[in-house]
Design a protein around this ligand. Structure first.
Ligand code: 13P
Length: 247
């Protein structure tokens, strides 16, 4: 049994006033249930969010980290800094970072090693563009991203993979359950073959326009072990409704 993870990615959204959302999620989770819950706010809010979530079921994560521990990298944040601020997870290789910052699979793999070095659980994102899907390349694109973005050290570590079809992110378009099931089954097969039992136990999250209204259906698909939620994680009520759908 893979434990479900409901994770929010706030992207470049959130001000100190948004800590009220963290507090509302903490209160709403209460004793919680069989799923884990995580919010990844912008780096500026991680320490305060972690303080607000301390002792609760809500974990706090980062949205990116640098591959090295310290040095002359203006504007970057080391995995160790995220851990020091109270983060337990870090999202890596999100399609927006691959596009905005030219992150390659090799860069993502180096960041994933850094996350493990700092004691963080990496959440590595993969996903095809609409053009790649229409060309019938989805599974080969995903396989190449997994091969290049996941370091060999994942065989001995806790990690998470998120499948986020680029065309479904922030568009209101959701992959249908057949499409999701096909990709998640292929990811599971690849992970199990390469990493053995850690690959069999790693949660595989779906991300892309997941909302309270479609969460139950998506979470019921085989090999879907949770969600990575953008827009709907900015409102406590919506995010908690998605969490409730995971029960
Ligand atoms: P949306 O839920 O806003 O489509 O974003 C998904 C995503 O990119 C999460 O990382």
């Amino acid at each position: 049994m893979v434990r479900t993870l409901i994770a929010g990615n706030w992207k470049m959204n959130g001000s100190p006033a948004s800590l009220a959302v963290i507090e509302a999620v903490v209160a709403g989770l209460g004793e919680g249930g069989p799923a884990d819950c995580l919010i990844c706010p912008p780096a500026t809010l991680i320490a305060q969010a972690a303080d607000a979530a301390r002792g609760s079921l809500l974990a706090i994560g980062g949205q990116d980290c640098h591959a090295v521990e310290s040095g002359a990298h203006t504007g970057d944040i080391a995995a160790e800094m995220l851990a020091g601020a109270g983060a337990s997870h870090v999202i890596l290789g999100h399609s927006e970072r691959r596009a905005d910052h030219n992150e390659t699979d090799a860069i993502v793999a180096a960041k994933a090693e850094a996350a493990l070095r700092a004691g963080l659980t990496p959440i590595v994102c993969v996903g095809e563009s609409l053009e790649q899907r229409e060309a019938g390349e989805t599974l080969s694109v995903i396989d190449a991203q997994l091969a290049g973005s996941l370091p060999d050290s994942f065989a001995n570590a806790g990690f998470v993979v998120a499948y986020e079809p680029i065309w479904a992110i922030g568009t209101g378009k959701v992959a249908d359950t057949t499409q999701i099931g096909e990709v998640h089954a292929a990811i599971r097969q690849t992970l199990a073959k390469r990493f053995g039992s850690t690959g069999e136990g790693a949660p595989i999250l779906y991300g892309g326009s997941m909302k309270p209204g479609n969460a139950a259906e998506i979470l019921a698909v085989d090999d879907v072990n949770g969600g990575l939620i953008g827009g709907a994680s900015l409102k406590a009520e919506d995010f908690l409704a998605i969490y409730a759908a995971a029960q």
